[in-house]
Design a protein around this ligand. Structure first.
Ligand code: AMP
Ligand code: GLY
Length: 451
C-alpha cells in the first residue's frame, strides 16, 4: 500500500512534537519536513529539506516536488504569509487556516473587533487607534493600560503600564515609534490581573474538539523574573484542569474558542481548519481572552500531543475533511511538565553555535515513554549538536501526578551539558502554590476552585 504523504513546515520543539505524533501513527505514513534547522531529531521521522518554512517560493517548490496528501504548518509566520492559500492553489489541503483566517493571530485589532461584533465574551475594555490622534487623552483617563501593536512581533511588542511603560508620555512615545516603524494600528486595552492559561482546540470548519488546559511560563528566569520569552516551560494536570481552574472555567474557555472559530469562518467566508489556541486569563471579573494564536503553542504542544490517544493522522484528516464529529479525540489522564533547556543569555543575548551535550540524558532509562525529548533550535554540524540561539530542547516528564512529572523532567534537564539553563521551578509544588495563592488574593480569599 502506498504511504500517506505528509509534509510538515516549521522549526522548534513544537515541530518535533508534531512530527512525533505523525511518526507514532498506526497508519502507513511518509513524512517530509521543510525547516530552517538541520535538527537531527526531525531526521529520525523522515526526510528533511533545509529551507525557509515561511517563504512561499520555497513552499511551492517543496510541495510540487513531494506532492503530499496534506500539509501541516507549525508556526505562525507561514500562516500569516499565506502558506495555506499557496498550497490550496496547488491542490494540497493543509492543517492550518488561510492568510485571512489567520488574522485571528496576525491582527490583534481584528480579533478584538470580531469578538465585539459577534457578542463573544472575553474582551477586556479596549480601543483601536489608527494614528496618534486622541491616544494621549485616552491614556490619561485610564488607571492602567496595555499597548499592543496590531501585527505579529514574536511576543515582544506588548507593553504594560507600571512594568514597561512608567508614564503616559513614555506610552505615547512608544506608540509614536510603533507608527513610525510601519504599524497600521495600535490596540490599547485595560490591564488585567489574574492567572493565565492556554486552551488549544481543533476546528474543522464546523466541529470542534478540545485539548486540555496548559499553563505556560513566559519569563526566562525562576520566580517569574527575567525577560519575556515565547515560553520556557509548561504543565498540565491529570484531571485536565489546572490547580486554579474549575470545570466551568474550562467549559467557558472552550465555548469562547468555538464561538471565535464560528465567527471568523462566517466573517471571512471561509471555513477555519486547524488549531486555535486561546490565551486566557482568569480574573476577578471572569475569564478574559488575552490573544488568539492560529496554531499549536510552543511549548503547549509538547504537553498535549504526547497524551493524545487518538491517532493524530486521523485527527488531521478529520480537520481537513470537516469530520471531527466522527472522531473521539481523547487524551490520557496523566500530568505533564515541560522544561525548555535554552542557551545561556537567552532570550536577548543567547550564545550561538555552542555545543549542547545530551549524552547523560540519552543514557537515562525511559520507563514507558515517561520522558520525552523534543529538539528545537539545534543544528547538526558534522555530528555535533549545536544551539542556534533559541529554545534548544524541550524536556517533558509524564506521570500520574504533577510533581512526579516535574521530577522526571527536572532530573533529565539537570543532566544536559553545555552553556545552557532551564527554569528549575516550573511544575514544582512551591510554584503551583504561588499560582493558587495569587488566585486566592484575586478572589478575596473565597477561592472558587477545588484544591
Ligand atoms: P501577547 O503578546 O498578546 O501574548 O502578550 C504578551 C503577554 O502580555 C501576555 O502573555 C500577558 O502576560 C500580557 N498581557 C497581554 N495583554 C494583557 C492585558 N490586557 N492585561 C494584562 N496583561 C496582558
Ligand atoms: N507559548 C506561547 C506561544 O506559543 O505563543
Amino acid at each position: 500500500m502506498t504511504p500517506l504523504k505528509i509534509q510538515v513546515y516549521g522549526k522548534s520543539g513544537r515541530l518535533d512534537a508534531i512530527l512525533e505524533a505523525y511518526f507514532r501513527s498506526r497508519r502507513n505514513v511518509e513524512i517530509e519536513t521543510v525547516s530552517e534547522v538541520t535538527n537531527p531529531s526531525y531526521r529520525v521521522k523522515g526526510k528533511v529539506i533545509v529551507g525557509r518554512s515561511d517563504d512561499l517560493a520555497v513552499i511551492e517548490e517543496c510541495a510540487k516536488q513531494f506532492r503530499p496528501d496534506f500539509a501541516m504548518i507549525g508556526p505562525e509566520e507561514p500562516l500569516a504569509a499565506g502558506a495555506v492559500d499557496k498550497l490550496a492553489e496547488l491542490g494540497i489541503p493543509a492543517v492550518g487556516p488561510t492568510q485571512k483566517l489567520a488574522q485571528l493571530e496576525s491582527s490583534k485589532t481584528f480579533t478584538r473587533m470580531l469578538l465585539a461584533e459577534y457578542g463573544i465574551r472575553g474582551n477586556p475594555i479596549f480601543r483601536v487607534f489608527y494614528s496618534l490622534n486622541g491616544i494621549e487623552g485616552y491614556l490619561r483617563q485610564q488607571e492602567s493600560f496595555v499597548v499592543k501593536p496590531d501585527g505579529l512581533t514574536g511576543g515582544k511588542g506588548v507593553k504594560l503600564s507600571g512594568e514597561h511603560l512608567h508614564s503616559v508620555d513614555a506610552a505615547v512615545d512608544y506608540c509614536r515609534q510603533l507608527f513610525a516603524s510601519g504599524q497600521q494600528a495600535i490596540l490599547i486595552e485595560e490591564k488585567l490581573e489574574g492567572e493565565e492559561f492556554s486552551l488549544q482546540s481543533f476546528y474543522d470548519g464546523q466541529h470542534i474538539a478540545h485539548t486540555m488546559p496548559v499553563q505556560d511560563h513566559k519569563r526566562a528566569k525562576e520566580g517569574d523574573t527575567g525577560l519575556n520569552t515565547g515560553g520556557v516551560g509548561s504543565y498540565s494536570c491529570p484531571d485536565h484542569l489546572l490547580p486554579f481552574l474549575t470545570k466551568d472555567d474550562v467549559r467557558e474557555a472552550e465555548d469562547i474558542n468555538r464561538r471565535a472559530c464560528e465567527a471568523v469562518s462566517e466573517k471571512i467566508g471561509q471555513p477555519y481548519k486547524g488549531i486555535i489556541y486561546g490565551n486566557f486569563m482568569l480574573t476577578r471579573n471572569g475569564l478574559r481572552l488575552i490573544e488568539y494564536n492560529a496554531r499549536f503553542g510552543d511549548p503547549e504542544a509538547l504537553n498535549v500531543l504526547p497524551l493524545m490517544e487518538t491517532d493524530f493522522v486521523d485527527v488531521s484528516e478529520a480537520i481537513i475533511k470537516g469530520e471531527l464529529d466522527k472522531l473521539d479525540v481523547r487524551f490520557r489522564n496523566l500530568a505533564t511538565v515541560c522544561k525548555y533547556v535554552v542557551p545561556e543569555g537567552y532570550p536577548d543575548r543567547p550564545v550561538k553555535d555552542a555545543v549542547i551535550d545530551m549524552d547523560a540524558v540519552n543514557r537515562l532509562p525511559d520507563v514507558g515513554g515517561r520522558l520525552r525529548l523534543y529538539y528545537g533550535a539545534v543544528d547538526d554540524q558534522d555530528g555535533r549538536l549545536v544551539m542556534t540561539g533559541s529554545r534548544a530542547v524541550g524536556i517533558v516528564g509524564i506521570a500520574e501526578t504533577l510533581f512526579e512529572a516535574e521530577r522526571i523532567a527536572e532530573n533529565a534537564a539537570s543532566l544536559v551539558g553545555g552553556p545552557v539553563y532551564h527554569r528549575r521551578d516550573i511544575g514544582t509544588p512551591q510554584l503551583v502554590q504561588k499560582r493558587k495563592d495569587h488566585m486566592d488574593r484575586i478572589f478575596g480569599r473565597r477561592s472558587k476552585y477545588a484544591g
